[in-house]
Design a binder for this molecule. Sequence first.
Ligand SMILES: NC(=O)c1ccc[n+]([C@@H]2O[C@H](COP(=O)([O-])OP(=O)(O)OC[C@H]3O[C@@H](n4cnc5c(N)ncnc54)[C@H](OP(=O)(O)O)[C@@H]3O)[C@@H](O)[C@H]2O)c1
Length: 237
Amino acid sequence: MPTSLAGQRVVIIGGSSGLGLATAALAREHGATVTIAGRSEDKLREASAALGEADTASVDISDESSVAALFAPYDHIDHLIITAGTLGPSGVTQQDLPTLQSVLEQRLWGAIYAVRAAAPKMTAGGSITLTSGGIAARPRAGAAMISVALAAVEALAPALALELAPVRVNCITPGVVLTPLQGSGPEAEARVAERGKTLPVGRAGNVDDLAQAYLMAMTNGYLTGEVLHIDGGGRWL
Ligand SMILES: NC(=O)c1ccc[n+]([C@@H]2O[C@H](COP(=O)([O-])OP(=O)(O)OC[C@H]3O[C@@H](n4cnc5c(N)ncnc54)[C@H](OP(=O)(O)O)[C@@H]3O)[C@@H](O)[C@H]2O)c1
């Protein structure tokens, strides 16, 4: 499978940390020009230094005008990846309505803002890759809205694959990976490692496992409308 991204423009919303940052590094290794985007200027600076000077852009994916401003400078984009997201309590009867609405705003409407702004600039062979999580199909008490939002993101990918063809649209659903989202320090490391031991593959994922999947979503010209579970088999437990 050809994996070259030489000369291609990749925008990663959520590229300043974790899965997005690892994907930025891999895309650059494969020749892409990458823009990493996120809210925190400090995180963007650190990530750019870690990558060896990447283009950065400040954006809040929950804010339509901020997302529009992110895409305004580009006349074309080959690949858009969205890994932006935070986690927090989202029980329907436990949180106030603005909190519940903000989950949808970030996870679902954020993806929609980005797709609407990017779509007119996407090249014909290009791709959009959204990100979900195992909680889309396996709810937990106290986290209903995140399940709802991510299930909607998984439904959005195949629908957009039809709507935006020939641009390809996919969704990646990661399993547990130790990133800043999961916390840091010995407690987080032990929790993630313990979870990993229960999986068919016997270990938690790492950011490179996921970066490879995002790379495939960009470079495999026959992959569209798919929700890829890169979770060590965790969804079958
Ligand atoms: N790690 C896991 O175990 C795991 C498992 C399942 C699913 N996922 C999903 O995979 C995605 C990436 O997770 P990760 O582990 O890489 O997390 P991470 O290390 O915390 O990175 C999240 C990235 O998103 C950015 N971000 C957060 N809110 C944003 C907003 N409103 N607007 C723009 N950028 C925003 C962050 O930068 P700023 O904070 O500066 O904005 C950061 O660059 C998330 O959607 C997560 O839910 C992760």
